[in-house]
Design a protein around this ligand. Sequence first.
Ligand SMILES: C[S@@+](CC[C@H](N)C(=O)[O-])C[C@H]1O[C@@H](n2cnc3c(N)ncnc32)[C@H](O)[C@@H]1O
Length: 327
Amino acid sequence: MFSKRLHQVTRSGLMELGQQKKWLHLYPEDENDFSAVTSGRQVFFHSSFSKVQSFVKKGFEGGAKLAGVFDCAVVHLPRSKALAKHLIFLGTKFAPEGIVYVDGAKTQGVESILKAVSSLVPIAGQVSGSHGRLFWFLAQNVFSSWKASCYKKIEGGFLTRAGVFSADHIDPASEFLADSMPNELVGTVADLGAGWGYLSHRMLRNPGLSSIDLVEVDNVALSCAKLNCDDERAVFYWRDIETWTTTRKYDHVVMNPPFHIGRKIELDLGKTFIQKAYSILKKTGILWMGSNRHLSYEAMLSQLFTDFDEVAGDNRFKVLKASGTKG
Ligand SMILES: C[S@@+](CC[C@H](N)C(=O)[O-])C[C@H]1O[C@@H](n2cnc3c(N)ncnc32)[C@H](O)[C@@H]1O
């Protein structure tokens, strides 16, 4: 973890932090990521609605937009290599005269990023510990090829950006879900965890669909969804499903919920999505949910809905349809 590794650096006297007045943290995971930095002003940048909310609530400065010039930048490595490289590019751009620190766990690919950085600039220092590494270098204007080109076109003509879910291809579970749904959906739809908008795009092919609300925590993904679902029936919400509220009731909810936090399987996330779907569906509404075969949401569905069924499936994926909200 960054704070532990940074403490290691300061204790060893490897780095003088006193000069660094304005810190930019790119994609920090939690507030512990700042705790080792006791001097100067801390500014964060993140695309996740919940992270932005939680940092702001704790009194930190920052958000999903970047502006200004910084004395140093800290890149907290995300899992996506393309996004990691883009953040390093941003670090050098926004702290052009400063030091760029790159911190991450081995599972986040810090070793291969170190190798790639060291092929472009000299590494000024590094420490390893807590199953990861922190290294730093003086910013130089040699990372422009690491800038993730704004949008890239993938199969089907969809536009995506680095770091969003399934950035390089249509997710097979989502495609399986969309292929398994009827072609004549009517009424109002909510797409929970809409990503770059694949499911909504498919739903919008139904002429009887009157509106679709796309709710997504990642504003980069949502910016793609706006382009992929350019239709006046689509409305976009940069929100966390857990805290998003609406007075609307929907005829259908469609979702392929996330089931990982980092590398860890996290079924509770899917359960939060099911609970939200339950609370926003009309009595006559239907939940359409795609899932990997090995995940079991059925017990929760049977608690909340009078009917549920696996309407399609193979050895990798299943499509669950639930209707008749209880209570
Ligand atoms: C498995 S992906 C599915 C994306 C899209 N529906 C598709 O089919 O391609 C799950 C999506 O949920 C989003 N997500 C994760 N946690 C969320 C939360 N708490 N609130 C809203 N969206 C969330 C992720 O950013 C991701 O885009």
